[in-house]
Structures are given as structure tokens and as C-alpha cells.
Design a protein around this ligand. Structure first.
Ligand code: SF4
Length: 600
């Protein structure tokens, strides 16, 4: 490492006050300054933070957006999901391969380009999409590719990170467009900045929690834990500090409603976080923003700055003596598992995103071992509106067990992909009518970890008591191959398993192999049974929610579409190419005895 590079690295460490818990920021900054995190950088960072180099390496090696070896100056990551595939991602990938003279996965000899697939980047409504040097380009066609490559070749510097609006505007292809198609009571105007917070400040913190409890608001990330109870538990836990964390790591393929909230309604989200800060007695709010949404960094910082200038963040907020609260944004670095709350906490602390054992729960010991309330982006938006309009108003929508409305991210074979705000209790049929999907043959609710729904079940309801969902709704028409889609979901979990526990690490790979055999038409009835049994084992034995839900696409498509699995069975009985008996003939002769048969 040159003297200048070492000085730059030390400058980065200093900029984050050599704080161990800011390791993610430090390695992200080094990555984007030098294109990778070298051995020398690892040693310098470890020395600067007074930790072992292995701890730095542990973090760097975990995240998809951090590299130990130098890759291309321009990183082109193409979104690989069943939705991007049906929208033409393969043709776009082929056009990039031709324009760059590369195959997917390679880096050009001159070090200018790396071309690769990546998991979902939160653009299911605007596929095919790509993440190019942290800028998202959407609705790509093969014809767009030459101009994009030419624009990337026209500069020779490392692109700034996070990307600035001016840099985004230079790309010869439109970036992310607004996507709220159908607002409901939550997102319909008038929306007055700080209104929810002002209403909260007229109450005591205890009364705020009572109001949230009375609204029956439940976590919008999909798990549905009662928000009022979470806030009450966090408030009553003792610690040197309390923390409010916003989970903006929406990595579930097919979901993008948090992206829409953060880009079109950021004030509402920050308002809800500040309400939580008041209710919990917290001074610190943290937004964990998925690395794929780095393009939102500048606009979100501008909103935070504005809120500080208006007295909606900072000291004595809203003139309320002693209520000090501010919000920091932490960028992730491409790890789906960090959507799981305890893995998210680890990542926030600058570590690899491996789930924690629980108890203790975050309400008791969360960020930096302090009481922490972690809620989804949409949950905070709901909390702000509940303070403004009251618990009764909120309960007026939805069902008895699922109050309020739900933001649904709708993509795939429909006329109007985008975000729809619908009351809980809506049937799948009614939702399909709303989004223009008369020919739907298969709907995947709540992403790969959710449920596969066939037409016979389109009367089921979107609600915690029936089809519980974080909002992802992927629609597939009659020409789509359901089993191939289930295989793609199985492959997704292989990529995203953190590798900690064997049932998930090994099981997801075996499940993918089982699905490959089924999709190829080589599976027998006993292969189907074996795959189903393995799926149940992975579900039961895995350590965290990722492994426990990884078999869902296989199990739920088996239940919803048994006829498709049966139709794909091998038409000829399986005849092994190798005879075990013949293979053992020589050994049997040497030993002078027959092998013991399995049946005994
Ligand atoms: Fe990691 Fe999967 Fe085990 Fe969760 S279930 S700890 S993601 S290996």
C-alpha cells in the first residue's frame, strides 16, 4: 500500500472516530475509495480500531458488496429474480456480455469492468434492473446497453459513494421512478410534516404507547408482533441508552414498498421514529438502509437536515424540554440475512450479519446490548399517522386481528405493477382485480419465504390470521413454469444462507439439487418424497428464520400445485447406469463374502 493510500485509510478511520461499532462505514468507505479492502487495509483498520485483523476480515468477507481482491472499476450487477427473468433480464445480460466481451462473473483484463448477477435489488416493479456503481438503472433493454457501457468508459475515476444525484443524472437511462399506484388512508393527503410527532408530544410517553397499543398496530415486516407491546417492553428495560432502529433492509425478493415510503414519504417514517424515541425515552435512532438503496442516501440526509433545522430532530424537540433525539443512517452491504432483526443488530455494530441466539430479545439487549425497538419502515409510518388521527381511526380499517391497511408491492404478470395500499382482509382475487391480473395462475405472497397460492385459494385473505405478508406479491400468468420459479427461489436461499448452521447451509444446497432434478424431469416419486422430507427437516432444524422458511417455496408449491409435480416426474423408471453388484464383484471375490444388504 502506498504512503498516500495508507494516509487515506487512516483518514477514513479518523472520520469515524476509530469507533469499532462503525466498522461497516469504514470498510465501505475503503472499498469505494480503493475498489477493495486489501490485506494492508485490513491491518491498518485493525490497528486503528485496536481489534484483531481477523475481526475486520470476518466482516469484509461476509458481505456481497465488499471485496478482498480488486474487481472491476465499474461493477455491473444485474438483478436475478424470477420477475427479472420474465421481464427479459437474460437478453440484457447477453447484451452486456457482448458489449464488454465478458461472460457473467468475469472481470475484464484491463480491470475496468466486472459483470455479475446479484440477488433482488428491490426493483421488481421496474425490471430488468441493474445496480451499476451503486446507481440503479431500471426497465433496461438490450438496446440501452451500448450507451451505458460508453458512459462508464468515458470516465477513469472511481465513482463517488454513495452516488450523488448529479452522477445519477449522467447515466443514459432513467433511474428509479415513483411507484405508488394506489394510496389508501395511510398515504392519502393531507400529510403535514411533523404532525404525528406534534400530536404525540401533547401526551405522556406512556399515553403514546397506550395509543399505539390501542390501535392494534402490528409489525409490517411480516412477523406481526404487536408494536405497542414491543415499545412497552423496550421502555421498561433498563440500560444506559435506549435505541430506535428502523429496519430498511427490505431484501425479500418482490418487495419494494419501503423503497417507495423512503423515497416518497420519508418525513412520515422519520416522524414515526421520533414518536418512538419520545415514547421509549431514546436519544438515538438508526435507519439500517440496505446497500442496494444507497442512491437514497443524499435525499434522506437532506430530509434529516431539514428536520433538524425545523426543530423536529435535535435537542428539546418541538420545544419539549429534555426530549433530545436524532437519527443516523447506516448502510448495509448486500446481505439478505440482515433483514432478520438480530443479524441486523450485529451488522449495525460493524460485525458479520449472523443471527444472535435469543433470549435475550432486542427489547432487553439489542444494539450495543442496550434496550432496542426494531420496527419496519411501514410500521413507523403507521405509528406517525396513528398519533395524528388516533387509534380508533386506524382500527376502522382491516380486520379484528389485523387492523389498518397494508402496503403491497405488486409485480410480475399484471397491468400496473407498483405499490398498493389495501385494507387488511382483502382477498387475493380482489387484489388481482385491482392490479389488472385476470390471467394469474400463481401468486407468490410474501416473497420466497412466504406462500405459493394457486387459483383455488385466491379467495384467501391478506391478513395475519390468513396470508400473513410483508407485502411482496409476485404474480405469474399461465405461460410461466411454476416449478422453475420454485427452483430459482431455492437457489436464492443457497446464495443467502449465512452458513452458520448445517441444516440450512447444507440443506438449502441439497434442496436446490432436488429441485433441479425435478425441474429436469428426472425425478421419481421417491425423489419427491425425499425432497419433501428434507424440506421439513431444514424447516425444523435450522437456527433462524431464513433456514426455517427456505423450504417454503418448495413445500407450498408442492401443496398448491401437486399436479405440476406429478406431471414432471420421469416418464421412464429410473435405471442406474452403474450396477452396484457389478462394481463390488472384485471386492466380494477378495473378501470372500457378500455385502450386507440395507434391508438386512
Ligand atoms: Fe445462518 Fe441459515 Fe443457520 Fe440462519 S438458518 S443461522 S441463515 S445458516
Amino acid at each position: 500500500m502506498s504512503v498516500e493510500a495508507a494516509a487515506d485509510t487512516e483518514g477514513i478511520i479518523k472520520a469515524f472516530a476509530a469507533d469499532r461499532s462503525r466498522l461497516m462505514d469504514i470498510v465501505l468507505a475503503v472499498q469505494h475509495r480503493f475498489g477493495h479492502v486489501s490485506d494492508d487495509a485490513v491491518r491498518l483498520i485493525a490497528a486503528g480500531l485496536e481489534i484483531h485483523p481477523v475481526e475486520v476480515e470476518d466482516t469484509v468477507s461476509f458481505y456481497a458488496f465488499l471485496d478482498r481482491e480488486r474487481r472491476g472499476r465499474n461493477r455491473i450487477r444485474l438483478s436475478k429474480t424470477p420477475i427479472s427473468m420474465i421481464k427479459g433480464a437474460r437478453a440484457v445480460a447477453a447484451a452486456f456480455e457482448t458489449a464488454l466481451g465478458l461472460v457473467i462473473g468475469d472481470t475484464s483484463a484491463d480491470g475496468e469492468f466486472t459483470l455479475e448477477w446479484t440477488s433482488d435489488i428491490g426493483m421488481a416493479d421496474q425490471e430488468p434492473a441493474a445496480l451499476i456503481n451503486a446507481i440503479i438503472l431500471t426497465e433496461l433493454t438490450p438496446q440501452d446497453v451500448p450507451a451505458i457501457v460508453a458512459a462508464l468508459r468515458s470516465t477513469d475515476t472511481l465513482p463517488p459513494f454513495p452516488p450523488h444525484a448529479a452522477q445519477i443524472a449522467l447515466m443514459p437511462k432513467g433511474s428509479v421512478r415513483p411507484s405508488l399506484v394506489h394510496p389508501g388512508p395511510l398515504l392519502s393527503g393531507p400529510l403535514v410534516q411533523g404532525e404525528g410527532l406534534r400530536a404525540a408530544l401533547t401526551l405522556t410517553p406512556e399515553k403514546v404507547i397506550e395509543e399505539i397499543t390501542g390501535s392494534k398496530l402490528r409489525g409490517r415486516g411480516g412477523a406481526g408482533f404487536p408494536t405497542g407491546m414491543k415499545w412497552r417492553l423496550t421502555r421498561k428495560s433498563t440500560g444506559t441508552d435506549h435505541y430506535v432502529v428502523c429496519n430498511a433492509d427490505e431484501g425479500e425478493p418482490g418487495t419494494f414498498k419501503d423503497r417507495v415510503l423512503l423515497s416518497e414519504f420519508p418525513d412520515l417514517v422519520f416522524d414515526g421514529m421520533t414518536v418512538a424515541g419520545y415514547a421509549l425515552g431514546a436519544r438515538h435512532g438508526l435507519v439500517y438502509l440496505r446497500g442496494e438503496y444507497a442512491y437514497l442516501w443524499d435525499p434522506l440526509q437532506a430530509v434529516l437536515t431539514e428536520r433538524r433545522s425545523l426543530g423536529l430532530l435535535g435537542a428539546n424537540i418541538g420545544g419539549h424540554e429534555g426530549f433530545d433525539f436524532d437519527i443516523r443512517i447506516q448502510l448495509g452491504a448486500g446481505a439478505y440475512i440482515c433483514g432478520e432483526e438480530s443479524a441486523l443488530l450485529e451488522s449495525l455494530e460493524g460485525k458479520r450479519g449472523a443471527p444472535r441466539d435469543r433470549p435475550p430479545f432486542p427489547t432487553e439487549r439489542g444494539y450495543l446490548q442496550q434496550p432496542t425497538a426494531i420496527d419496519n419502515v411501514e410500521t413507523y409510518a403507521c405509528a406517525a399517522r396513528i398519533m395524528e388521527k388516533g387509534a380508533e381511526w386506524f382500527r376502522g380499517y382491516g380486520t379484528k386481528e389485523s387492523s389498518g391497511t397494508k402496503l403491497m408491492s405488486v409485480s410480475g404478470d399484471c397491468s400496473h405493477p407498483g405499490v398498493y395500499e389495501v385494507p387488511f382482509g382483502i382477498t387475493v382475487n380482489a387484489l388481482l382485480d385491482l392490479v389488472g391480473a385476470p390471467d394469474a395462475e400463481y401468486v407468490q405472497i410474501s416473497g420466497p419465504s412466504g406462500q405459493s397460492v394457486a387459483p383455488k385459494d385466491f379467495g384467501r385473505r391478506i391478513a395475519y390470521e390468513d396470508l400473513s405478508t410483508g407485502g411482496s406479491t409476485m404474480i405469474f400468468g399461465p405461460t410461466r413454469d411454476v416449478l422453475d420459479i420454485a427452483l430459482q427461489f431455492a437457489a436464492f436461499f443457497v446464495d443467502e444462507s449465512c452458513g452458520w448452521c448445517t441444516p440450512c447451509r447444507v440443506g438449502t444446497t441439497l434442496l436446490k439439487q432436488g429441485m433441479e432434478k425435478i425441474v429436469a424431469g428426472r425425478a421419481s416419486l421417491s425423489d419427491l418424497s425425499a425432497t419433501e422430507a428434507l424440506a421439513n427437516t431444514v424447516m425444523r432444524m435450522s437456527r433462524c428464520g431464513l433456514g426455517q422458511s427456505a423450504p417454503n417455496p418448495i413445500l407450498t408449491t408442492m401443496r398448491s400445485f401437486p399436479e405440476l409435480y406429478e406431471a414432471r416426474l420421469a416418464s421412464e423408471p429410473f435405471v442406474p447406469l452403474v450396477s452396484l453388484h457389478d462394481a463390488l464383484r472384485e471386492a466380494v471375490a477378495v473378501q470372500g463374502r457378500e455385502p450386507v444388504s440395507q434391508e438386512g
